[in-house]
Structures are given as C-alpha cells and as structure tokens.
Design a protein around this ligand. Structure first.
Ligand code: NDP
Length: 327
C-alpha cells in the first residue's frame, strides 16, 4: 500500500516514514524543495521511498498534480505545518499555510483521489488546551482561542494554526461525508530518538527544544525551554498515526497523545540518577511544586495500549545524543 507523508523531512515525518517503510508500505514524501528531497532520499536510502516537491501548501490546487500522478496513494498523512514561532506576519506565515494548506489537500483529494482510503491529520495537544482554565483536556476538548487572538504572537499563532486547521478537517468530514476515514492526532511536546540517526546533527522542532533543555546552564534556563511541560514519545506518535490508518475504529476520532508532565525537575532527576557526570544542576533545588497534568489521554491509551514512560523517552533521547557526541 502507498502512503503520502507531507512534511516528510521533519522530525515526525521522518519517524513516520521510517516505520511505514519497515511495515512494508511504499512512501511518497512531500518536501518543499528538490534539495530537501535529495537530502531526505539519501537519508532514507530505500527503493520503496520517493519524494515529491510541493513548495507552497496554501497555493490553490497545490496537491492536484501529485494526486493526479499517483493514483496508488491509499493513505495520506498530512503533517506539514509551520512550527517556527514567527514574530510578525503571524497570519500569513502561520495561520494561512496551516489552515489553507489543510483545506487545499482535502480539496485535491476530493477532485483527484477518489481511491483514497485514509486521511490522518497531525494536529496538536495545543488545540485541546485552554490556558487559564483548570479543566483537564481530553479527546473532546477544544482550545477556545479566537482567530483574532491567534494573530498576537508566535505562540498564539501556533495554537490558532493548529486549532483552526483541525477544525477544517472536521468541517470537511461533516459536510462532505467522504468515503475515506479521517482521524486527527494531538501530540504534546514530542521527545525521543531520531528515526534516522543522521538527523541528530541538525535537530528541528521539539527535538531541538529537548537538546537545549538538557544543555541548560541554569535551572531557570531549563524551565524556560520546557515552558510547555507535557510530553509524548515520538514512537507513540508514529504508532498513533499508523493505528489511525489501519483501524476502522479510529475513523472520526481525535487521538490525544499526552503522557504527563516532564519539567526541569523531571529531567534533572533522570540526569542526576543516570548520567550524573552530565550536569551540575540538581533536581528539586529549590523545591517547586510540579505543574498539574492538564491532559487526560485515557481513551486514546485504551485504543493504542499504554504510552512509553517519560523516563524511557528521556533516557533514550539522551543516550542517542551521547552516542553521537552531541551531549
Ligand atoms: P519539523 O520542524 O521537524 O517539521 C515540520 C515540517 O513541516 C517540515 O517538513 C517543514 O518543511 C514543514 N513545514 C513547515 N512550515 C511549512 C510551511 N509553511 N509550508 C509547508 N511546509 C511547512 O516539526 P515536527 O516534525 O515536530 O512537526 C510536524 C507536525 O507535527 C506539525 O504539524 C506540528 O504542528 C505537529 N506537532 C509537533 C509537535 C512536536 O512537539 N514536535 C507536537 C504537536 C504537533 P521544511 O523542512 O521545508 O521547513
């Protein structure tokens, strides 16, 4: 079976590509330039992998050609979305590519890919969470951020981009009643090893957040890096995407991927216990109450099985960095 993975060169895109190939899929990875496609092909190094270039998600009909030319695609994982927290032009750099990009790919599917069986959209736990409210977010929860509030800064822009793009997915399902299944995946901050170890030398997204957190010189710096202290393992993120594509019971569902709090104290305790030579900082110094866990992913875990423990996630990520002399 053939899958299209958008944003295939990113942290999650690479990990999903790796596992799909292991599972016997043929994978077409979408990237934004030929150069990035060539780099990714060299990294993946598998005859079942090929890439396509779609430079601008928000351009009307952006995916028409790819879908017209590849009627063998049965599953689409739509992962590509702006993750950089831009300081200005939030609407044009973050909101529009995320929202219009999602509408566009769904329109191209309607026009050009009648054979499609499964559509999986990578949303974010930020689309579930209401800052300021004490309510625990679960599979039914939605952020109450407005479109106007989204334009304020990079953080609100990211939150709005994920919420409003995911809303388009469900609007499409409700209005078009498509024949293919639709599932959305809502991960918290994704940590864990790189699927392709070569990528450790230019980490992106949450993988680079993790690297800066563990390399912090002060606890304050580490706390600032982990301002959003809710995590999930990359391997669980991949598992959820593939589960969504392979299990009819995932149709119409939002899968909530949050596995508790990992803050500076959590990471320092793991460092102090397992890699004592790597930091002079100490856990619980000064002692601070841990943030409450704002997420409940129980229903998703009942479907997928229990998540990998945060301790294993942190240790495996650190070990890969150490092995490659990055820590
Ligand atoms: P990466 O930065 O590693 O990858 C992002 C991917 O999206 C890259 O392929 C990138 O292409 C592409 N992309 C970014 N901006 C645009 C744009 N304007 N137009 C087209 N493509 C674009 O991030 P992740 O792999 O971590 O993120 C992938 C997805 O997962 C995103 O949708 C993100 O919101 C979501 N997510 C990630 C979480 C995390 O903690 N990592 C948590 C929750 C959700 P290029 O390389 O050319 O920039």
């Amino acid at each position: 079976s053939t899958a299209l993975v958008t944003g295939a060169n990113g942290f999650i895109g690479q990990a999903l590509t790796y596992q799909l190939l292991q599972d016997g899929y043929k994978v077409i990875g979408q990237v934004r330039s030929t150069e990035k496609g060539k780099q990714l092909s060299a990294l993946v190094d598998d005859t079942s992998f090929s890439y396509v270039v779609v430079p601008t998600l928000e351009q009307k009909g952006a995916f028409d050609k790819v879908l017209e030319e590849n009627h063998q695609i049965e599953t689409i994982f739509h992962i590509a979305s702006p993750v950089t927290k831009f300081k200005d032009d939030i609407e044009s750099k973050m909101l529009i590519p995320a929202i219009e990009g999602t509408k566009n790919i769904l329109k191209s599917i309607t026009d050009k890919a009648p054979q499609l069986k499964h559509f999986v959209y990578t949303s974010s736990s930020i689309a579930q969470l209401n800052y300021g409210a004490d309510a625990i977010a679960d599979e039914d929860s939605w952020s109450d951020i407005t479109y106007e509030e989204s334009k304020v800064n990079g953080f609100t822009g990211y939150a709005g981009s994920k919420k409003f793009a995911e809303k388009e997915v469900w609007k499409f399902r409700n209005e078009q009643k498509p024949s293919f299944t639709i599932t959305t995946i809502l991960p918290s901050l994704v940590f864990g090893p790189q699927a392709y170890e070569g990528s450790i030398f230019h980490l992106t997204s949450s993988a680079s957040v993790f690297e800066s957190a563990i390399k912090s010189k002060t606890k304050e710096e580490m706390e600032a890096a982990l301002a959003f202290p809710y995590v999930i393992d990359i391997r669980d993120v991949v598992k959820a995407h593939i589960f969504a594509a392979e299990n009819e019971q995932a149709d119409g569902k939002r899968l909530s991927l949050s596995n508790g709090v990992v803050n500076a104290d959590t990471i320092l305790k793991i460092l102090n216990d397992n890699f004592p030579e790597k930091t002079t900082l100490k856990a619980n110094d000064p002692a601070k109450p841990a943030p409450i866990n704002l997420f409940n992913s129980q229903r998703t875990q009942a479907l997928l099985g229990p998540f990998i423990s945060p301790e294993k996630t942190v240790i495996d990520t650190i070990e890969q960095l150490i092995k490659n002399k990055r820590f």
